[in-house]
Design a protein around this ligand. Sequence first.
Ligand code: ATP
Ligand code: MG
Length: 284
Amino acid sequence: MNDSIIRTQDLRFAYPDTEAGGPSVLNGVNLDIEEGSFVAVLGHNGSGKSTLAKHMNAILLPSGGAVYVSGMDTRDESKLLDIRRTVGMVFQNPDNQIVANVVEEDVAFAPENLGVPSEEIRRRVDEALKAVGMYEFRTHAPHLLSGGQKQRVAIAGVIAMAPRCIVLDEPTAMLDPVGRREVLDTIRELNRTSGVTVVLITHHMDEAAQADRLVVMSKGKVVADGAPREVFQRVEELKSYGLTVPETTELLWELRQEDGLDVPLDALSDEECAQVLYDLLTAV
Ligand SMILES: Nc1ncnc2c1ncn2[C@@H]1O[C@H](COP(=O)(O)OP(=O)(O)OP(=O)(O)O)[C@@H](O)[C@H]1O
Ligand SMILES: [Mg+2]
């Protein structure tokens, strides 16, 4: 498939530092991430999400099967730089991702390392900072920013490398609700306006609900894959993987379970859910 930016083929992985190869962490993951899509990955702690993410830009290499980034086999060492240019990674803790004392220098760091010419760097840094809404902070000290602002600077640093895909591993986990919203809006905007492919690993159902596609991991396998609206209707199955569902789905599900009411489970947004409840109350 040519339009897959990332493809994993029967991907298997065990961390080598555990005894006798250790228990398998990824047990045959087959995924095709379509270029331009916004994919969320959910899964209980230890289900293998971060391990999978690290295979998407060759931080980890498969023990079995294969991973292709824009057709390049991640085991091909000669392609490493190309792979890292194609897929950028953003991690949980923004403090660990800041390397300079001035915001714009921080954002320039990665493209400088890639040998991008200086005028081009200037242009990319400005554009990246504008894209995350941090341009006016370009001469500020990163460590004085809020968590959400720092994470947006970290995202700008990745954007400045002009990747076609960004993989974010719980980028909002350490942020307050305002920071979470800022970061999520930024990610969505990047996907929509610049067509950057986004893979978002998250524990937040409301974040996952905003993606085009939701992949659920359990014990190193993909156990559900589809539009969030469809996947979230599989309430009992998701609970069996140690997950919850969005509050809207949970409420509707309980109305069905406990009160036997004939309400749809796919009213995912607050507005849709409110409409269902309104219709229910005004129907009597
Ligand atoms: N560096 C490592 N060495 C050995 N085992 C590891 C290492 N990193 C993770 N593991 C193990 O691999 C399994 C999957 O871990 P991973 O971090 O991929 O899960 P996760 O889904 O990202 O979890 P979380 O939701 O907690 O972030 C876990 O059992 C974990 O203990
Ligand atoms: Mg993780």
